[in-house]
Design a protein around this ligand. Structure first.
Ligand SMILES: [Zn+2]
Length: 317
């Protein structure tokens, strides 16, 4: 059993920037790099194993080959890999969008629904995002507001700063605003219903498709409360601390800050996805890491020793 470094899939969506290349060492020939899919088995962009015996195969091909035990006793109970972890650089705003829940997505899209969580890595002065509605809206009014381009009037606009945590349950209308870099942990799904695109056109010069009827089916039109903070308290340990950022049936995510290193234990229940946000060092004896790197640790691996001053996200079931 070994810990594997992963290489991400790259996405050049029109709203992306260049910060993932500049700040997170992503080697990619695209001019614009909107997203890197760091820990992904999704058919639209699987990650590739970069080290060890399985170097060169995709993450889903590796799991297929060795069997689902590497996902753990809890991890293998899901019909497909439960999560997808990304870095996102929104130079421009993303479209106003909503994702379906499992029931709807399985029926209509034949994949999981999408609940997602964002940990904000960087935000420009004045950066904002949209999170649900600012008052209760009827379906009729929602539709009328989409059609006459006044939807933004009824959305909750939230100022964003580094370290904020946004938990976006399926059905919540949302958009990441301009000037925000995030680490996203989401359900393994690519089902997005776009309702408003700020009048922009795609690479082909035409407006991107909207999915208004499906969005009407799945949107929660009541306002939601959130303090946009991690869901858990910070636990202090010798030389490092850990904070639970968010949790749901599909993923639980923790943020680690280590001064010189820390020890992890990867149990039989779940694999771990480790995403380095800051610093550099080594995992176990010989696997080096730097800011922006991601790793897959099979379930039941046991103790893992991390050396170096670093900050990372650990996601597991
Ligand atoms: Zn989304």
């Amino acid at each position: 059993m070994e810990i594997m470094k992963l290489k991400p899939a790259f996405k050049d969506y029109l709203w992306g920037g260049t910060k993932l290349k500049q700040l997170y060492n992503k080697e990619c020939s695209y001019d614009i790099l909107a997203e890197t899919w760091e820990v992904s088995t999704h058919k639209d962009g699987p990650s590739i194993i970069a080290t060890g015996e399985y170097a060169g195969s995709t993450l889903p091909a590796y799991i297929e080959k060795v069997g689902k035990d590497v996902l753990g006793t809890k991890g293998k109970t899901f019909e497909s890999f439960p999560m997808l972890v990304k870095f996102i650089d929104a130079k421009g705003s993303l479209s106003i969008q909503v994702h379906p829940d499992n029931e709807y997505a399985k029926r209509v899209e034949h994949e999981y629904g999408k609940t997602e969580m964002w940990y904000v890595l960087q935000a420009d002065e004045g950066a904002c995002l949209y999170f649900g509605t600012n008052r209760e809206v009827s379906k009729e009014e929602f539709k009328a507001k989409i059609e006459d381009n006044t939807l933004l009037d009824v959305l909750k606009k939230v100022p964003v700063k580094k370290g904020d945590v946004f938990f976006i349950e399926a059905g919540t209308i949302h958009a990441i605003g301009a000037g925000i870099v995030i680490c996203e942990i989401q359900q393994n799904s690519n089902s997005t219903y776009r309702v408003y695109d700020f009048g922009r056109v795609g690479a082909d010069g035409k407006p991107r498709e909207l999915h208004i009827e499906k969005a009407l089916d799945v949107s929660n039109l009541k306002p939601l409360e959130s303090d946009f903070k991690p869901c858990g308290k910070t636990e202090q340990h010798e030389g490092y601390d850990v904070t639970m950022l968010g949790t749901c049936e599909y993923f639980t995510t923790y943020l680690y800050h280590a001064e010189a290193g820390c020890k992890l234990h990867v149990d039989e229940e779940s694999f771990a996805a480790l995403i380095v946000l800051e610093g550099e060092g080594t995992i176990q004896k010989d696997l080096s890491f730097a800011k922006g790197d991601s790793f897959f640790i099979p379930a039941g691996y046991g103790d893992v020793e991390i050396k170096g001053n670093c900050q990372f996200v650990l996601a597991r079931v």
